[in-house]
Ligand binder design. Structure first.
Ligand SMILES: [Zn+2]
Length: 59
């Protein structure tokens, strides 16, 4: 591997890491915005269904 290809691959992976951070941040902000505007009962029912689906003791 030459120095030029090493630098190029390093730049490419750093760019991919940055893209991943932006992607995760967008998903996180989307979830927060969605759960902030959804009806509380709908959110509760969804959380309740997930709890049952994962086998977590509930009631
Ligand atoms: Zn339950």
């Amino acid at each position: 591997m030459t120095v030029a290809t090493a630098v190029r691959s390093e730049t490419s992976s750093a760019r991919e890491g940055l893209a991943a951070i932006f992607m995760v941040a967008a998903i996180g902000i989307g979830i927060v915005a969605l759960t902030g505007h959804v009806q509380a009962s709908a959110l509760h029912d969804a959380a309740h269904d997930v709890r049952h689906a994962t086998g977590f003791p509930c009631h």
